[in-house]
Design a protein around this ligand. Structure first.
Ligand SMILES: Nc1ncnc2c1ncn2[C@@H]1O[C@H](COP(=O)(O)OP(=O)(O)O)[C@@H](O)[C@H]1O
Ligand SMILES: [Mg+2]
Length: 432
């Protein structure tokens, strides 16, 4: 079953909200997730709220509305946009289509007629293959300030553990120069992101799928270029096109990153739903973890969306959660023990959750996957492992309840949540 179309309504300043509300359909297919006034506020809300359709309501010749439409077309290609135009001069409607809106209705108009236009646009977009049912799948960016902390081991095991729970998962190696995610997973790098860029032409989900390498667990991996000199051809702009397509085609997207805050990594953080920060248990590494968390804070990244993982967390080291709290400023959410099976599994190219599912490290990685499944309103890995996917109903729970929980932490309906915007900079507030 298809979920209702999550529709965000942006009302231009100067237009009476009641005029707009009177035209909105009361159809069960259209779920109004927010009615927001002003371009800035609409833009921010769009980043934070899973949205399938944008309605832009404006009055007269509105440059603000044109700007909003153009920005959404650029940043969220494939998002259907319908304009409700009150007292619009002819030239304005022409401009609306020029900047990329899909359709326009003159107000006042009956909700039935507006509904007809919305459905028409949705059908056309779906037919064009640009609208996905699930285009806002959570994207998890695995970060660690230094090399060797376990980012790649964590990314590969997290991706596979999510796949073992019956989810469709895409993984991307953002360590563009020295990426080894394919190696750690035992995926043949027949095609890499470099080949994808070189292939030219427009990008769509089908093409992306053809360049994603399959892993036996079902994870599809976008492999880093094989040579460091090829890395520069895969820039943040290209990746920004890739993310929404992957998020439309999978239940989860996992990004393995390079050490440090490269432009690709910053852009990935900016586009992510969660950051999974990896630290290891020694004082020097914890200091780096703190610096990494401080950088995220400077970027305005919501700390609720960060999951702190302590890798190689052995009790023998003599650093407990309180010590971590003292140095890093927060307790770890997940601890992964040191385990000789981990490098062995890496060498075999078989993530430990497959190679040694009963090991303590594998349990730790499954607990990490559980953390994200729980936040997104899915069942746990342990409960789901080996079970077939629960299909649309499970996704519906994640899509509505889960996304609300991760945004608000209080399960409020979106309209209520919109009434109390959080103080965050635009950079970090994106949920895409
Ligand atoms: N929990 C662990 N126990 C034992 N070895 C580990 C563990 N986590 C990572 N390693 C080893 O540390 C090395 C670096 O891990 P990797 O994931 O490649 O780090 P990064 O991607 O952060 O550079 C690998 O050889 C890996 O096998
Ligand atoms: Mg790595």
């Amino acid at each position: 079953m298809q979920h209702p179309t999550r529709t965000l309504v942006s009302v231009d300043t100067g237009l009476d909200e009641q005029t707009v509300r009177a035209a909105l359909p009361a159809s069960s297919d259209i779920q109004i997730v927010g009615v927001v006034t002003g371009v800035d506020e609409s833009w921010t809300t769009l980043q934070e709220t899973p949205t399938d359709l944008l309605v832009v309501a404006c009055s007269g010749y509105s440059e603000r509305a044109l700007f909003l439409i153009a920005s959404v077309v650029k940043e969220r290609p494939g998002m259907p946009i319908v304009v409700l135009a009150h007292e619009a001069p002819e030239g304005f409607l022409r401009r609306v289509f020029e900047v990329g809106a899909d359709d326009a209705v003159r107000l006042p108009e009956s909700p039935e007629q507006v509904n007809f236009t919305l459905q028409k646009v949705l059908v056309r977009k779906r037919a064009a293959g640009t609208l996905r049912e699930n285009g806002n799948a959570p994207m998890i960016c695995v970060l660690g300030p230094k090399g060797g902390t376990g980012k790649t081991v964590t990314s590969s095991n997290l991706a596979v553990a999510l796949a073992q729970a019956g989810k469709s998962v895409s993984a991307i190696d953002l360590d563009l120069q020295f990426g080894d995610l394919a190696l750690a997973m035992g995926v043949r790098p027949d095609k890499t992101m470099y080949d994808l860029v070189q292939s030219g032409g427009s990008l769509d989900a089908g093409k992306l799928d053809a360049y994603a390498m399959p892993h036996p667990s079902g994870v599809r991996v976008l492999v880093a270029p094989t040579r460091p000199d090829q890395a520069s051809s895969v820039g943040p702009e290209f990746l920004r096109e890739v993310y929404p397509l992957l998020r439309g085609a999978s239940d989860f997207v996992v990004l393995d990153s390079s050490p440090g805050f490269t432009p690709e990594v910053i852009s990935a953080i900016d586009n992510s739903t969660y950051v999974c920060m990896i630290g290891t248990l020694d004082t020097l590494s914890l200091k780096n973890t703190r610096l990494g968390l401080e950088t995220l804070e400077l970027m305005g990244y919501d700390s609720d969306r960060i999951v702190l993982v302590l890798n190689r967390a052995d009790s023998r080291v003599g650093i407990d959660d309180d010590d971590v709290l003292a140095v890093v400023g927060r307790r770890p959410d997940i601890r992964i023990p040191s385990d000789v099976e981990v490098p062995r599994a890496v060498n075999e190219g078989r993530p430990i959750v497959m190679a040694k599912p009963d090991s303590a490290a594998a349990k730790g990685f499954r607990a990490l996957a559980d953390e994200f499944l729980r936040r997104e309103g899915h069942g746990s890995v342990e409960a789901d492992a080996g079970e077939p996917d629960q299909g649309d109903s499970a996704q519906g729970v994640r899509g509505l309840a889960g996304s609300l929980r991760s945004r608000n932490g209080n399960g409020k309906p979106p309209e209520e949540a919109l009434g109390e915007p959080r103080k965050r900079s635009r950079l970090g507030s994106r949920r895409r």
